[in-house]
Design a protein around this ligand. Structure first.
Ligand SMILES: Cc1cc2nc3c(=O)[nH]c(=O)nc-3n(C[C@H](O)[C@H](O)[C@H](O)COP(=O)(O)O)c2cc1C
Length: 189
């Protein structure tokens, strides 16, 4: 019997129309698809949540969007997150989304295998935010693969088909995807 393909969720920490991190998600989706995975793009603008506040939670409970997101993530074998870097840190949208989901459970982190990347207009490729996102995910029980993908000068990193232009970036991206798929396969044995 043939095994069903691994399901990979792809999330951009920016919902901006022309987001570079959305472009990074799209380029990674090409790579995962070529490797035989099923891609599930998660658009955070469809998971609207207020900024976390304990009083709001006490009155209203956890937003339905957070519950839906947890369910969706738990249905996936892997999760790739592309995060912008804001003042060396995670953007509030991504941090707030992560924080709300932790008010439900942590299975969305310990279940799937995680990969992380960042696209920036400058040359530093999000090295500071990658460190932080790695720390947070591991703190919450996630396994993140060793290869991270920082894409600097991201305005010139993608071709019209949405694929990586530079061979070296493509190779790093492929290594990241391969590491995620290998860990998923190892867990399924
Ligand atoms: C508040 C703010 C802070 C930023 N800080 C950084 C930063 O620390 N490092 C960096 O490389 N880019 C920084 N940028 C530029 C972002 O990388 C750039 O806006 C990028 O396009 C955001 O990601 P997106 O294209 O996916 O929306 C910052 C942008 C904003 C709005």
């Amino acid at each position: 019997m043939s095994k069903s393909p691994p399901r990979i969720a792809l999330i951009s920490g920016s919902t901006r129309t022309a987001s570079m991190n959305k472009s990074l998600v799209n380029a990674m989706a090409h790579i995962f698809k070529d490797a035989g995975a099923k891609c599930v793009k998660i658009d955070l603008s469809r998971y609207d949540m207020p900024i976390y506040n304990g009083d709001w939670e006490a009155t209203n409970g956890v937003p339905k969007a957070a519950k839906n997101l947890v369910k969706r993530l738990k249905s996936c074998d892997g999760v790739f997150i592309a995060t912008p870097e804001y003042n060396g840190c995670l953007p509030p949208l991504l941090k707030n989304t992560i924080d709300w989901t932790t008010r439900i459970e942590l299975g969305q982190f310990s279940g799937p295998v995680y990969g992380i990347g960042s696209a920036t207009p400058g040359g530093l490729s999000g090295i500071m935010v990658l460190r932080q996102l790695h720390f947070i995910l591991n703190r919450l029980g996630a396994t993140t693969v060793p290869r991270q993908l920082g894409v600097g000068f991201a305005g010139k990193a993608f071709d019209i088909k949405g694929k990586f232009i530079e061979g070296r970036t493509q190779n790093y991206a492929k290594t990241l995807a391969d590491q995620m798929l290998a860990e998923i396969s190892r867990r399924q044995k």
